[in-house]
Design a protein around this ligand. Structure first.
Ligand code: SF4
Length: 363
């Protein structure tokens, strides 16, 4: 890493930092998209938007952000809210630990900091779910403090501009890019500088086929000058996702209610609700009714097979065979029968919403 940091200093000897800042910031001021979290500098709104934008596209986030802000407009409102309501507002966005961590951190801000989002590196960085990127984004955008906010987009853009060949899939790469931003960032307007880099990555310096001919910082870009823009960044492939087969049953009782259960408090999709699922590596369709009796204490009669559901998470893929079943039993300790009109009160992860859509189209 030291070698790369030394390399950086050599690169900056021939780099006009002032002109680069001006070109980037002027372009950002003129071309920035109008986004709801850019309406003001409220650190809470910026924080929520940055958490939502992790792993999720801007277009997807916008309606969620509006609904979330209507529901939980302040730190106090989110701190006081029931976790199930927060998960419900997050339903469909995925990576639900983001929502739980956000609420935990917001509660800490409400209690320890009188409801004011901290404006310093140490306090902000200790809050749950606030990593180096989010911390830098809040400090620079909300408080105008020159701190780097480096995510995959920013690493891609800077690897091209500065011809940095570090593998951006490796955790240690971030330090190199943070060091680069610390050199480059505008002290007068760190907010526009960081947002400008992010916006450039989103609109112009895209992963495939960057629009170099439209790029406001083309004359500063070493990769463009050498025709290497499509070779960078260097990014090694992660592990292949593991496929996990499941059997899931939509069990209906005589009142037309369906059985759902709450997932465990820890792990993937913690505390969300789902239709019962069996590991298909251990339970076959033929064994399903017997397994159900053991697990849920109710007798089911399997019916038709519905459409299978496939859902890709970051590290695993669920492949779910979906069956319909009837039961004469009305209760179970291992879950809850709910009517189709009430089921929308429960936060269901996307794969289970896909199951639900097969029996119930929401109004
Ligand atoms: Fe990215 Fe091309 Fe601009 Fe360089 S010139 S920063 S590669 S869009």
């Amino acid at each position: 890493m030291n070698l790369q940091l030394d390399d950086l200093h050599v690169k900056f000897q021939h780099f006009s930092i002032d002109l680069f800042q001006n070109d980037l910031i002027n372009w950002f001021q003129q071309e920035k998209r109008s986004l709801p979290w850019r309406e003001n500098r409220d650190p809470y709104r910026i924080w929520v938007s940055e958490i939502m934008l992790q792993q999720t596209k801007v277009d997807t986030v916008i309606p969620y952000f509006h609904r979330f802000m209507e529901r939980f407009p302040t730190i106090q409102a989110l701190a006081k809210a029931d976790e199930q309501d927060v998960l419900k507002a997050w339903e469909g966005l995925g990576y639900y630990s983001r929502a739980r961590n956000l609420q935990t951190a917001v509660r800490e801000v409400a209690q320890a900091y009188g409801g004011k989002v901290p404006d310093n590196v140490d306090e902000l960085g200790k809050l749950k779910g606030v990593g180096p990127y989010t911390k830098g984004a809040i400090l620079s955008i909300a408080y105008g403090i020159p701190q780097p906010a480096v995510d995959g987009n920013v690493m891609r853009v800077l690897s091209r501009i500065l011809l940095i060949t570090e593998d951006i899939a490796k955790p240690k790469a971030r330090k190199i890019f943070e060091a680069a931003v610390e050199e480059l960032i505008s002290r007068e307007d760190p907010s526009s500088f960081n947002q400008g880099l992010m916006e450039l990555g989103a609109l112009i310096c895209t992963p495939k086929k960057p629009a170099c001919m439209l790029c406001p910082v083309q004359e500063h870009c070493a990769a463009f000058q050498q025709g290497l823009q499509e070779e960078l960044p260097i990014k090694s492939k992660g592990k292949k996702q593991k496929t996990m087969p499941y059997l899931s049953v939509i069990v209906e009782n005589a009142q037309g209610e369906v059985l759902i259960e709450k997932r465990p408090e820890e792990g993937l999709l913690a505390n969300l609700w789902q239709f019962p699922m069996a590991d298909a590596a251990e339970v076959s369709v033929e064994q399903l009714a017997y397994w159900f009796k053991l697990e849920y204490g109710i007798q089911i009669e399997l019916g038709e097979t519905l459409q299978p559901v496939r859902h890709v998470f970051s590290h695993i893929i669920w492949e779910i065979i979906v069956l319909h079943a009837k039961t004469a039993d009305a209760t179970t300790e291992q879950g809850r029968f709910v009517s189709l009109s009430d089921i929308n009160d429960y936060p269901l992860p996307v794969p289970h919403q896909k199951l639900l859509q097969q029996i119930h189209v929401p109004e």
